[in-house]
Design a protein around this ligand. Structure first.
Ligand code: ADP
Ligand code: MG
Length: 570
């Protein structure tokens, strides 16, 4: 090129898109608005998939679930201040669940924000984001985009995965630089989440604990599902012969129908086991912190814990053999070290677990076949269980109270990462974002089983489902309320109970409003027909399933977490 040839320019918009694409991030979950509207348009123009939501929280949940499913950070883009704060809930949820996600948010003019001079959507977003994520960065110059995106990706996926915040002031997006220099400034992250194997001594310690075990158990958590070392996990379970208990989002890592699955004998397995291998699962509230009567005699357990995060060890109880590393490497090392150590399947214990599970499953089976009208949870879930058994490739999304607790134990999952639910926080409203991400990231059919309350937090996203023509079937368990639909106003006035909704709400008509299929069903047969039709056609469908308002209980299985008023009961 001659001296007078015009310089070819790039800018912040294009560098950011190029930096993401260079690192194999090809999807953005966003809500457009100032200052990121054009960013979404350019991303689409550059071949990225841009999925635009109606509310940032659901775009954020979708990004976090994309992170869980793919081991790459899911990217959510939001506008400044209020949009940013809507996305922040999802960022915090991603961090809590150990899922990699990057929230990229536009922000207002730095010099005005920092002097608190009252800019459009003024907020010190970087400071706000910090407590809710693993790392937070702000870009001031377009030439730093490459390194900033690299840092964001590595922070999100290395060690214990989590949420990362990247602040992009609107003015930065418009900064220009020489295109060739811009290209050179980009960074491709090499080995973003290095594999990590524990030292031989740590493995030997774990083996010696295993050799003492008479009634061992493996608890598999969503950290193991995330790791995608499915074959190694299966090998560890089958070589050891130990019964295993999947946490809810680890269901399907090995099929729930596996002969060693102890899910239907959960209480017995937790109480009577003597050695427990935790495989990418925290001993948090979901496991009663490893204490109390659920866990049997105090001090009667030895834990071997496999976790990528060293600080997780001893968080609640003593860990006899900590194995710090990724699930795949640790499980592999354990399998190799087990050879010739005489670690035999504990047949008597396995039989004990198995026969308890069989009795419990038989008890449940009859309840699933009732034909009550209106339906109760069991009759409706019996149908959905059968649907998933017949179409195990369907990804199940699940939230609610009773809808969650009962579906978790009733519906078998047959494949890894085919169940997405409320996660560590038990958050309501994750359903539509999760369903959309599952569909976008895998191309599979999705069945979202939603309590009517949970659906209310994210229902508007059915428009998003229709707009992108996603093969998602939403089933709303409509019992007219939160927990139950027969609540009363304790003050006796005309206002409805704080926990009730408009009776017989036509959620199916919401889906129809946007061109999808809506069906109102009142019997198990009608439910089966509607869901099968939806999965066959792949059309966006909402099945409004009438459930007895008197079925279900307060807070589902976690009613014990409600504080009690001594004064009111006196
Ligand atoms: P669950 O809710 O299923 O019990 P948790 O979210 O409580 O699962 O625990 C997941 C654990 O897995 C976290 O402590 C996290 O640090 C860990 N983890 C995440 N990714 C990996 C990995 N690749 N290898 C090992 N541990 C991991
Ligand atoms: Mg309800």
């Amino acid at each position: 090129t001659g001296e007078d040839a015009p310089l070819e320019l790039t800018d912040g918009f294009h560098l950011l898109i190029d930096a993401l694409k260079l690192n194999d991030i090809n999807t953005i979950y966003n809500v457009p608005g100032i200052p990121i509207t054009d960013l979404g348009r350019y991303a689409q123009a550059q071949g990225m998939r841009v999925i635009s939501f109606r509310h940032e929280q659901h775009a954020g949940y979708a990004a976090s679930v994309a992170g869980f499913l793919t081991k790459k950070p899911g990217v959510c883009m939001t506008v400044s201040a209020p949009g940013f704060m809507n996305g922040l809930t999802a960022l915090a949820n991603a961090t809590t669940n150990c899922w990699p996600m990057i929230l990229i948010s536009g922000s207002s003019e730095r010099e005005i924000v920092d002097l608190a001079q009252g800019d459009y959507e003024e907020m010190d977003q970087l400071a706000m984001a910090r407590p809710f994520c693993k790392a937070a960065y702000r870009l001031t110059y377009a030439e730093d985009i490459g390194i900033a995106v690299a840092r964001a990706i590595r922070s999100a996926v290395s060690g214990r995965p989590g949420g990362v915040y990247l602040d992009i002031p609107g003015a930065m997006l418009g900064q220009t630089m020489d295109a060739a220099k811009g290209a050179q400034s980009l960074v491709k992250v090499i080995d973003p989440a290095p594999r990590q194997t524990p030292a031989p001594g740590a493995i030997a310690r774990a083996i010696s604990v295993m050799k003492e075990a008479r009634r061992p158990l493996i608890v598999i958590g969503k950290g193991a599902a995330y790791d995608q070392s499915d074959d190694v996990v299966r090998e560890l379970v089958e070589k050891s012969g130990y019964p295993f208990l999947p946490m809810s989002m680890a269901k399907g890592l090995l099929p729930d129908t596996h002969p060693q699955c102890a899910a239907a004998a959960r209480s017995l397995a937790l109480k009577d086991s003597d050695v427990v291998i935790m495989l990418g699962a925290r001993i948090n509230w979901l496991l009663s912190h490893g204490k109390g009567k659920q866990w049997g005699e105090p001090g009667g357990k030895k834990f071997i814990q496999i976790d990528i995060d060293a600080e997780e060890m001893d968080s609640n109880v003593e860990i006899a053999a900590p194995l710090v590393g990724d699930v795949g490497s640790c499980a592999r090392a354990l399998i190799d070290a087990m050879e010739n150590e005489g670690i035999a399947p504990p047949e008597a214990w396995l039989d004990q677990v198995h026969s308890k599970a069989t009795v419990n499953m038989e008890k449940m089976a009859s309840r699933l076949q009732n034909n009550s009208n209106p339906m109760d949870y069991h009759s409706a879930l019996g149908v959905l269980k059968q649907v998933i058994n017949e179409q195990p490739d369907t990804i199940l999304v699940n939230e609610g109270a009773n809808t969650l607790d009962l579906a978790r134990s009733i519906i078998n999952v047959h494949k890894p990462r085919h169940r997405i639910d409320v996660g560590t926080w038990g958050v309501m409203g994750i359903g539509m974002g999760a369903a959309i991400a599952a569909s976008i990231e895998t191309g599979k059919r999705v069945l979202a089983v939603e309590g009517d309350s949970a659906f209310g937090f994210c229902g508007m996203e059915v428009e998003t489902i229709c707009r992108y023509k996603l093969p998602i079937c939403v089933v709303v368990f409509n019992n007219n309320g939160i927990y139950r639909g027969d609540g009363e106003n304790w003050g006796g006035g005309d206002d409805p109970a704080t926990t009730s909704f408009v009776p017989d709400s036509r959620y199916d008509m919401m889906m129809e409003a946007f061109g999808g299929v809506g069906v109102w069903v009142k019997t198990p047969d009608a439910l089966r027909q509607a869901v099968n039709a939806a999965l066959a056609s792949g059309k966006p469908t909402l099945v409004n399933a009438a459930i007895d308002p008197a079925a279900g209980k307060e807070s589902g299985n976690i009613g014990n977490l409600n504080p009690q008023s001594v004064v009111a009961q006196a």
